[in-house]
Ligand binder design. Structure first.
Ligand SMILES: Cc1cc2nc3c(=O)[nH]c(=O)nc-3n(C[C@H](O)[C@H](O)[C@H](O)COP(=O)(O)OP(=O)(O)OC[C@H]3O[C@@H](n4cnc5c(N)ncnc54)[C@H](O)[C@@H]3O)c2cc1C
Length: 457
């Protein structure tokens, strides 16, 4: 048995940074990884998908050459090269994480599957490690629904999509949320026929209605078929095709394609971690229960990143690392509840979101103001020829504090940070209103649009 000052399970978005900080604080650290260094974001999530988004956008823009005054000739997509580019970019990050950990003094890297043996002991490949401080950063994986026949059709997930080096003739995507929409648009732009099958009445149902409608409109204009209110009852293979039987009120009850991507959510990697041996409590969905400072039900054990159910993004996992280390090393008392919800959907154009949606503001019952501008009225969007979408800001009518914002449109994933920072500063919207932003940018319109705040009807 080897004793450490700290054990970290998983090298996702929180683990490696945590290891560095703990080593800096003169602790002897063990970090354990069962798969590829860097976890989901680096290998099967953000980095590879955003690299594919960039390839797909380049193809799309080349096809639109005529609108901009050039012709790129016949566009052909070489999927081997697309994949090679994606592998190169993701591989760089993965190797950087691996190298940085393996060369970190006072940090021992174990490659294998970790399981708790007790509240203080973790076993990896027969070796027992002991510590009074254990940090769980095990992330999650694709959740696969229990649909009859699904196990027999050789479906894809976000992980196996990473090995695709060919163009699916017809990609059927089960799930019309963030992951499914990004992959759907990517492959449509590469040249696949794409059908998105969504159980609910609209795609990205966490967002406001008008967001779902606008995204459906621009995806539809690119030739993506979206089937809402479509409950997949069963799947099977027929003549080489994958066939989905649907229960739906509109449209055919059968969808057929060459490949099926299951994008129906995520589940935490907590099922084979021996958490029962440590007495760490899980919630009903298998996420590790944590308090506001990310401590679990067992003192001396923390859970960071996707596995704690308090965030599902790289930046939230990273923020978890900051909270835990600042509290541990500097007695800072940082809390998860101080975090403002912020994320993006990287379709093209992207969706940048912070704070509350309009639906949430309405539900809260507080008096609110709203300002909205169509991207058609934003000069930078017009100049770029990318006018889909809108920007919307919601303000508390009494306190003048910003409640939330939705920027769906070109540059929306970047411009939204102006609003986010004002929210963190707890500044009233009038501060943002008087800021002079650079022309011509998408962000330029944020101060101006606040002049048109109206009571939320
Ligand atoms: C397709 C897709 C696209 C995404 N795009 C974005 C995006 O654009 N922006 C964004 O912010 N987020 C995005 N995300 C979400 C983001 O990837 C995750 O929120 C983030 O990676 C979570 O990091 P984490 O540290 O919690 O865990 P992970 O990155 O999942 O890392 C967990 C690590 O723990 C290891 N592990 C698990 N169990 C054990 C064990 N028992 N023993 C040893 N090691 C173990 C795993 O192998 C893994 O390496 C995307 C996700 C997907 C699926």
């Amino acid at each position: 048995m080897t004793t450490f000052d700290a054990i970290i399970i998983g090298t996702g978005q929180a683990g490696p940074a945590l290891a560095r900080r703990l080593v800096d604080a003169e602790m002897k650290v063990a970090i354990i990884e069962r798969g590829r260094f860097g976890g989901t974001c680096v290998n099967t999530g953000c980095t590879p998908t955003k690299t594919l988004v960039a390839s797909a956008q380049a193809v799309h823009m080349a096809r639109r050459g005529g609108e901009y005054g050039f012709s790129a000739g016949k566009i052909t997509v070489d999927m081997n090269r697309v994949k090679a580019r994606k592998d190169e970019v993701a591989g760089l990050s993965m190797r950087a994480v691996e190298r940085s950990l393996k060369t970190l003094e006072n940090c021992t890297v174990y490659e294998g599957h970790a399981r708790f043996r007790s509240t203080r002991e973790v076993e990896v490949d027969g070796e027992v490690l002991r510590s009074s401080k254990i940090f769980i950063n095990v992330g999650g994986r694709a959740a696969v629904p229990n649909i009859p026949g699904l196990d027999k059709v050789d479906y894809l997930t976000n992980s196996s999509m990473m090995d695709v080096d060919f163009l699916p003739r017809h990609l059927v995507v089960l799930g019309g949320s963030y992951v499914g929409l990004e992959f759907g648009q990517i492959y449509r732009r590469f040249g696949s026929q794409v059908t998105i099958v969504e159980l609910g009445p609209r795609i990205v149902s966490r967002e406001d209605d008008e967001v779902s409608r606008e995204i459906a409109a621009f995806l539809g204009s690119e030739g993506i078929e979206i089937r809402n209110n479509a409950n997949c009852l069963s799947t099977m293979r027929m003549d080489g095709d994958v066939v989905l039987q649907l229960s739906c009120s509109e449209g055919p009850t059968e969808v057929r394609g060459s490949h099926l991507l299951v994008a129906t959510g995520r589940r935490p990697n907590t099922d084979d971690l021996g958490l029962d041996k440590a007495g760490v409590k899980l919630d009903k969905r298998g996420y590790i229960e944590v308090d506001d400072e990310l401590g679990t039900s067992v003192p001396g054990i923390w859970a960071l990143g996707d596995c704690n159910g308090r965030g599902a993004f790289t930046h939230t996992a990273w923020n978890d690392y900051e909270i835990v280390t600042d509290n541990l090393l500097r007695a800072a008392h940082r809390r998860v509840s101080d975090r403002i919800s912020a994320y993006a959907l990287f379709t093209d154009p992207p969706l940048g979101r912070v704070g509350m949606t309009e639906a949430e503001v309405r539900k809260s019952g507080r008096p609110a103001l709203v300002a909205k501008i169509a991207m058609m009225d934003v000069s930078r969007a017009v100049e770029k020829g990318e006018t889909a979408g809108f920007m919307k800001v919601l303000v508390d009518a009494e306190t003048k504090l910003i409640l939330g914002a939705t920027f769906l449109g070109t540059g929306g994933d970047e411009a939204i940070h102006c609003v986010l920072d004002a929210m963190y500063a707890k500044a009233p919207y009038t501060v943002l209103q008087r800021a002079v932003h650079i022309h011509p940018t998408v962000a330029e319109f944020i101060p101006t649009m606040l002049d048109d705040l109206m009571p939320l009807p």
